[in-house]
Design a protein around this ligand. Structure first.
Ligand SMILES: [Mg+2]
Length: 235
């Protein structure tokens, strides 16, 4: 059994961006990769059922049932350039990223200590979950194609914003109920003060992760620079 500050843990829940993974990977690799290929990719898949479904979602989102294919693609591009999290855009980005991972255009970044501890905790039998604002499909792709290999066998499950916003305590209550665990048995690791406050409000144990470039945290939070510094003890 794993103890965090002398209290038994039922599971560990991890944020991705800024916690397991450099924010720059998503910002400087994934998003530009999808944006550069969006028009050509949509033109290619437009005749397929998948492509038609995306176009229909765009028309519904903007409230223009007659919007042309070109108009829909221009709209998707405009959302991408404005970094908007719109459902049809997220779907296309996921499809393009899948192609990028498959063709090994990139591997996802993972901090060395994060990868090592995910593997160790898995071997120790600690259930591990992800809670990220990226879609569950994108989370699975990211962990399946890291620079140190496929980490998905170490992960028990994934949560995204369909569970609720990451800064709302209710989301953490939902996750605890979903996992059938007492909130006090859950440890959440994140680089976001708002997320950590919400998890703590829901009764979770929390620890802030300070990676290079992360702003400083308030002094009332426990902060570690890497997963190896967590006050964990195996008993
Ligand atoms: Mg984060």
């Amino acid at each position: 059994m794993l103890l965090f500050e002398q209290r038994p843990l039922g599971a560990i829940v991890l944020d991705i961006e800024g916690t397991t993974t450099d924010i720059a990977f998503v910002k400087n690799t994934l998003f530009p990769y999808a944006e550069e290929r969006l028009e050509a990719y949509m033109a290619k898949v437009a005749p397929t059922a998948e492509g038609q479904a995306i176009l229909a979602q765009v028309r519904q989102e903007v409230g223009h049932p007659d919007l042309s294919q070109t108009g829909c693609i221009a709209q998707l591009l405009a959302w991408a350039q404005a970094d908007q999290k719109v459902t049809p855009l997220k779907a296309v980005q996921g499809m393009i990223w899948e192609e990028g991972y498959r063709t090994q255009a990139y591997y996802s970044h993972i901090y060395v200590d994060a990868a090592a501890h995910i593997q160790t905790w898995h071997r120790q039998g600690v259930p591990l979950y992800i809670y990220s604002s990226g879609s569950i499909a994108a989370q699975k792709l990211l962990f399946a194609h890291t620079s140190v290999g496929d980490l998905t066998p170490c992960l028990r499950g994934y949560f995204d914003t369909t569970t609720g916003a990451k800064v709302e305590a209710a989301s953490y209550e939902t996750i605890a109920a979903d996992l059938g665990l007492d909130p006090g048995e859950l440890l959440f690791l994140s680089d976001s003060p708002g997320e950590l406050a919400a998890a703590r409000q829901a009764g979770w144990q929390v620890c802030a992760v300070q990676r290079p470039g992360t702003p400083n945290f308030s002094p009332d939070l426990r902060v570690v620079g890497d997963f190896g510094k967590l006050p964990l003890e195996v008993v």
